[in-house]
Design a binder for this molecule. Structure first.
Ligand SMILES: Nc1nc2c(ncn2[C@@H]2O[C@H](COP(=O)(O)OP(=O)(O)O)[C@@H](O)[C@H]2O)c(=O)[nH]1
Ligand SMILES: [Mg+2]
Length: 409
């Protein structure tokens, strides 16, 4: 066990560093990788040659890029289709929350409206006027809304697809952009169907019919139907919203995945786990980067580290929606006293008692929990500085807290 306490992460043997780095990223599946394979290869190459500075600078640039790269998502569809509601869903805010898109209002402007994600500054959702409202030909419409600025389009429809919308879809593809077709309000369709045919009502059959109607519209116009996501903005975890989240993450380039994953609402445990995986990769990369450059053994945890750790923990709590402000909102929405919610979770108390002893104890706890587990930095044979192990512990704690709250509410 003694080796885990070595306070320095300096490892003279580059071969070992190289293999631990690649081992970690090999354990991460391709679809959730936030660093591209080319970058991983380039780091590996630097390490093979013993070029520590080179490897370090590649990691530094990759992390900077991941943090700063903008993500712009266009949401288009006719008035009342559920664009504003979908934008709020993607931002993880309720219609009454600050910064939310106003729901159920007639658009007063024919221009696009940007909504900045409340937690992820680099992510903007653009509310575009429906093509039927402005009545432009698709090419002019796309020019007007500055199509080239978006990573992808979401076309929202609540009834059926018009010819103009089909043409728009075709034009988007022609411009070499991706679009996703989201059919909203399926909860309402199911309710209506149930009311009209209470005895013969079949949920799956009704959903299948909605899907088929869209597929037919495409095939009648000699177009391949895209994947169609049946969504309820009211009951996000019930239909295809989780599939939509998975698909968007998978399709985005690796360096945009991290912030996009973090931006998504905690609607399923799988979504929370994905955030964890994504954050883990950044902590791991930071730790690895620090490990490469460490030349002086650091004894214990410095006062400076304590402040930084506190900041980290708070940041993670915000990202996982278990910070005080999020708990207040949750308490109001679920009408459960905030004290009661706080009793269910651990992260608010993690750093409550100050001082090195507490952090030391936490560190021991981490080792107990993870020393025998496969995966994670311990399994790779690299011994990072204590502060990084604590960040992994924070990450797992906020992840568990988010899950506990999801189950509770
Ligand atoms: N039942 C149900 N109502 C929805 C859904 N999405 C939106 N709405 C409602 O439909 C209306 C129009 O939604 P809104 O998001 O403002 O549409 P927009 O005009 O495209 O921005 C509002 O009353 C919403 O509450 C949904 O998935 N299910
Ligand atoms: Mg709207």
């Amino acid at each position: 066990m003694g080796q885990y306490f070595s306070d320095t992460s300096k490892n003279e043997d580059c071969g070992e560093l190289e293999s631990s780095f690649t081992t970690y990223f090999k354990m991460t599946n391709t679809e959730s990788k936030i660093i591209t394979q080319e970058i991983i290869d380039s780091i590996e190459l630097h390490l093979t040659k013993g070029n520590i500075q080179g490897a370090n600078s590649v990691i530094r640039d990759a992390l900077k890029n991941i943090d700063n790269i903008p993500i712009n998502i266009a949401v288009t569809g006719e008035f009342g289709a559920g664009k504003s509601s979908l934008i709020n869903a993607l931002m993880g805010v309720g219609p009454e929350d600050e910064g939310a898109a106003e729901v159920g209002v007639v658009p007063t402007t024919m221009r696009r409206t940007p909504y900045k994600h409340p937690k992820i500054q680099t992510l903007t959702l653009w509310d575009l006027p429906g093509i039927g409202t402005v009545n432009f030909p698709p090419k002019d419409y796309l020019e007007k809304v500055k199509f080239q600025e978006y990573d992808f389009f979401i076309i929202v429809s609540a009834t059926r697809f018009t010819k103009l919308e089909l043409d728009l879809a075709k034009a988007i593809r022609f411009m070499k952009k991706n679009y996703y077709l989201v059919r909203t309000k399926v909860d309402r369709d199911l309710d209506n169907e149930k009311k009209c045919n209470p005895r013969t009502f079949d949920r799956e059959k009704t959903l299948h019919q909605i899907r088929s109607m869209y597929v037919n519209t495409f095939s009648q116009n000699n177009m391949d139907a895209p994947q169609i996501f049946l969504v309820s903005n009211m009951y996000l975890s019930d239909y295809d919203f989780p599939v939509l989240m998975d698909t968007l993450i998978k399709d985005l380039p690796a360096q945009k995945r991290h912030n996009f994953m973090l931006s998504l609402p905690n609607i399923t445990e799988a979504a929370i786990d994905r955030k964890n995986k994504s954050m883990q990769q950044t902590v791991w990369s930071e730790a690895f980067k620090a490990g490469l450059l460490a030349t002086v053994p650091v004894v214990g945890i410095l006062r400076d580290d304590v402040e930084k750790l506190k900041e980290k923990l708070n940041h993670y709590r915000v990202l996982f929606g278990v910070d005080d402000e999020s708990l207040e909102v949750m308490a109001k929405d679920s009408q459960v006293p905030v004290e009661q919610l706080k009793k269910l979770i651990k992260s608010p108390y993690l750093l409550e008692t100050e001082g090195e002893t507490t952090l030391g104890e936490l560190f021991l706890k981490y080792l107990e929990k993870f020393a025998s587990a496969t995966g994670g930095p311990l399994a790779t044979g690299l011994y990072f500085r204590k502060t990084f192990y604590l960040q992994f512990l924070f990450l797992d704690t906020v992840t568990e807290d988010a899950k506990v709250l999801l189950r509770q509410i």
